[in-house]
Design a protein. Structure first.
Ligand SMILES: *[C@@H]1O[C@H](CO)[C@@H](O)[C@H](O)[C@H]1NC(C)=O
Length: 429
């Protein structure tokens, strides 16, 4: 998710729910096991929010109506992927979103102080710090407390009487507020961090039914950086499957070296020093470059954000892309449906969409041209309606370009922070 600092507000968001499980052995606790590779990497499974273990149910989200700033109906956070963590002693199982666009991790805690999102049974129970013998609260003069306050712009987030450090993180119209603490973090049965620093959330607006968020951004206190201290190589990799039923993976540490494409990884994005970015040079549709006014520079830096579904490109690129896709689709017998904010198409004869006959799209990053499979370019809205999974940057967080997770599904995606490269390998999960 794209973390918002200070008072910037707006984002189009949606909420999806996980509910009662109608599943079989795939969903047993063994599903969530961590493996250690021979090379010393942590290797664990990843699930789409629509995985059969997390089947959507008609639970009604109580907190959603409070979200006054939600605009439109576009579902920019619908493509979330989860991992399982075990927190505290005795360990509490929680499913959390993998988010490279934010830093501080948090889980929903007992007891809720103001209002808290509804958590699905499958996401595990709410963590109760008083029930964990290894939980420790962070004091106000603690270095981590000061760091987190500096990064998130709340200098007085402290309860002096009890020496309790408070935190607050904001993602568009969503937020989480609570106390900072440390506890034992395990993946499967293996304790990976003895004193994992995280937020114990007591008040939130959050459009999900998972327990919280695990941050991979580059700060000393992010999940990734706390984990990376235990590995021999500073990198992480993941594969988010296109098929919701399939299992993906996440690797922290040394990763399989075979990569088809490698582009430089760029540190930060404007004032957001903790994110990972890439340089997009251009895009093509059916091999043709986009027709953009030559006086406009279409090169753009994009944040790679595992917590956002769609890809947000600059407006000139987006409108040229929509134009090129519309014309290529027209040649293939589709008509563009105007009226929705998204760019959507239907076959003119009313037949089902032929996924093998859609236009070919490429994203040209510096030194790496990525051919996107059609499932990564379009959302299937119904059998005979598809919509482009690209949006102009004006419809997301203003002027922030984001490479969302949909575009890179089924690729092994490697963030090599030691070599400062970003690698891709197609059909990896
Ligand atoms: C991560 O942050 C550290 C400290 O600010 C910095 O030295 C390092 O270059 C950053 N790495 C990346 C990949 O952003």
């Amino acid at each position: 998710m794209e973390l918002i600092q200070g008072v910037m507000v707006f984002l189009a968001l949606s909420y999806y729910m996980v509910g009662p499980c109608n599943c079989s052995a795939v969903c047993s606790p063994a599903t969530y096991e961590l493996r250690l590779s021979k090379a010393g990497a942590f290797h664990f499974p990843v699930f789409h929010r629509e995985h059969p273990c997390l089947d959507p149910s008609p639970v009604h989200p109580s907190s959603v109506s409070d979200a006054g700033t939600v605009i439109g109906t576009d579902k920019i956070h619908q493509g979330k992927y989860f991992m399982a963590i075990n927190l505290g002693t005795p360990a509490v199982f929680n499913l959390v979103t993998i988010d490279t666009g934010s830093t501080l991790s948090w889980v929903s805690c007992e007891r809720c102080q103001i209002k808290c999102h509804k958590q699905a049974n499958e996401a595990g129970p709410k963590f109760n710090p008083h029930s964990s013998t290894t939980y420790r609260q962070i004091g106000c003069s603690n270095e981590d407390c000061i760091d987190i306050h500096q990064d998130n712009g709340i200098p007085y987030g402290c309860i002096d009487a009890t020496d309790t450090c408070l935190y607050s993180v904001r993602y568009g119209s969503q937020y989480s507020v609570g106390k900072l603490g440390r506890d034992r973090l395990a993946l499967g049965d293996i304790t990976v961090v003895d004193d994992f620093l995280f937020g114990c959330s007591k008040d939130d607006i959050f459009y999900g039914f998972e327990a919280g968020v695990i941050g991979f951004g580059n700060k000393s206190y992010s999940f990734f950086n706390q984990m990376a201290r235990q590995t021999s190589y500073n990198a992480f990799a993941y594969c988010f499957p296109s098929d919701h039923q399939a299992e993906g993976f996440l690797i922290i540490g040394p990763y399989p070296q075979r990569l088809e494409l490698v582009t430089p990884l760029i540190r930060g994005y404007g004032l957001r020093s903790y994110v990972y970015s890439l340089l997009l040079l251009d895009m093509t549709v059916d091999g043709k470059r986009l027709e953009v006014d030559p006086s406009i520079d279409t090169r753009q830096i994009m944040i790679v954000d595992s917590g956002t579904d769609d890809t947000f490109v600059s407006s000139p690129t987006f409108y040229a892309l929509a134009e090129a896709v519309t014309s290529a689709m027209r040649d293939k017998g589709y008509y563009r449906e105007y009226g929705s904010e998204k760019v959507c198409f239907r076959p003119a004869g009313g037949e089902p969409v032929n996924w093998r006959g859609l236009p070919a799209m490429e994203m040209q990053f510096l030194r790496a041209t990525v051919k996107l499979p059609s499932e990564n370019v379009f959302h299937q809205q119904s059998v005979d309606r598809i919509c482009l999974a690209f949006q102009p940057d004006t419809s997301g967080v203003r002027d922030v370009r984001i490479l969302g997770n949909k575009a890179l599904r089924s690729f092994r995606v490697v963030y090599d922070l030691q070599k400062m490269t970003f690698g891709l390998q197609a059909r990896a999960c």
